[in-house]
Design a protein around this ligand. Structure first.
Ligand SMILES: Cc1ncc(COP(=O)(O)O)c(C=O)c1O
Length: 385
């Protein structure tokens, strides 16, 4: 019997999706895998129905339907403040998941080094290894998740091809400050590296913070490969629509990878999603207000349950400190929490390269009633410590 590829031995299956299975087994409330339990805007669902009826059933142009790319270019030009040509600066992908993988494959040769801040969204390590590159992890230190500029410089000095920047960050909720972005940008310029951004939470940032795009910083347009998604902004994680935005030369390479990897994202859903990309500004204000309310509701329960956590400034996750419960493993804590308290979370260790075992991640992209039900269950933790 031949052996499967050795590179797969260096990472495990997704812990997050495993937590969803554990959650189902104990009938717990799922605050592990980050997807909403509410519907997308109904205009969008109607647009999908129309697209199906109008016959968009065959492959779209491989790098994206022209209507979708035109609408996306207009929207992102507005938010990012950079010129975006729909033909030469965009590839539409199957979610940001494919966007990141495609960007990484377009940027890196086997053996190249890639900087990843730790904790990190679990795909990045796997993406790097799958394209034959070598991850170098730079810690973001809890509880505030700052990085040490000297450690970052030392990582760049090892000769890196790219740095992955998740901003706003899953799992920490960190929103990188302007001076942090500039420092990263300066190092990328000095050491001639790409910055591959994952900005799926660009529109979920809490006041007074705002999202700043790496590609918009002076000198960064050409070396930034921006990855984004419609999954979170429009609550359509199952539609699998994402994109890469970059300079024409990089996009030329990304098109090649994407063409052979997936051919393209779902044609009728690209047509339907034009409706979302043309939503007025008020949509984004409401989205931000709704997530602010969800965050307040859930954090209030964590306060009442006397749990310690880092307040997220963006995205919809919160890392909670479980040290006081005396578990020797966060994985065991998460199983126990799902079984005995009825709430599913993700062990923090699955996001860290370092041996960090005292954090678990909850997400709060849920209906008010779901968050209240989960919060009421978490209040039982007060009696346990
Ligand atoms: C940081 C980050 N990037 C990418 C994704 C996946 O995005 P998509 O659904 O567009 O593939 C997620 C989903 O949780 C995420 O948190």
């Amino acid at each position: 019997m031949p052996q499967t590829a050795a590179r797969l031995n260096s990472f495990t299956e997704s812990v997050i999706r495993e937590m969803t299975r554990i959650c189902d087994r104990f009938n717990a409330i799922n605050l592990s895998q980050g997807f909403p339990d509410f519907d997308p805007p109904h205009e969008l669902v109607e647009a999908a129905r129309r697209a199906m009826a109008e016959g968009y059933h065959q492959y779209a142009i491989t790098w994206g339907s022209p209507r979708f790319r035109k609408a996306l270019a207009k929207k992102q030009e507005f938010w990012m403040g950079i010129p975006i040509d729909p033909d030469t600066n965009i590839v539409v992908t199957c979610g940001a998941t494919e966007a990141m993988m495609t960007a990484m494959m377009a940027a890196c040769n086997p053996g190249d080094r890639v900087i990843i801040f730790s904790p990190f969204y679990e795909n990045y390590g796997a993406d790097t290894i799958l394209c034959g590159a070598v991850p170098i992890y730079v810690p973001l230190y809890p509880p505030t998740f700052e990085f040490d500029p000297d450690e970052l410089r030392k990582a760049f000095q090892q000769g890196v091809k790219a740095l992955v920047l998740c901003n706003p960050s899953n799992p920490t909720g960190k929103v990188f400050r302007p001076e942090e972005l500039r420092l990263i940008a300066d190092l990328a310029c000095e050491y001639d590296a790409f910055v591959i951004t994952d900005e799926v939470y660009e529109h979920i940032v809490y006041k007074p913070d705002i999202h700043r795009y790496m590609a918009s910083l002076p000198d960064m347009y050409d070396r930034t490969i921006s990855c984004g998604s419609l999954s979170k902004t429009y609550s359509i994680t199952g539609w699998r629509l994402g994109y890469v935005i970059a300079g024409a030369k990089v996009i030329h390479a990304v098109k090649k990878v994407h063409d052979f990897l997936t051919v393209g994202a779902a044609a009728p859903l690209q047509e339907a999603a034009v409706t979302a990309l043309e939503f007025p500004l008020a949509y984004y204000t409401t989205l931000q207000q709704e997530y602010t309310r969800r965050r307040e509701l859930f954090l209030n329960y964590l306060d009442r349950a006397k749990l310690r956590y880092t307040t997220p400034r963006g995205a919809y996750y919160v890392l909670v400190d479980i040290s006081e419960f005396g578990f020797d493993s966060d994985v065991r804590f998460c199983r126990w929490l799902a079984e005995k308290i009825g709430v599913a979370s993700v062990p923090g260790s699955s996001f860290f390269d370092e041996p960090v075992n005292h954090l678990v991640r909850f997400h709060f992209a849920k209906k008010k009633e779901t968050l209240i039900a989960a919060g009421e269950r978490l209040l039982n933790l007060c009696n346990i410590v």
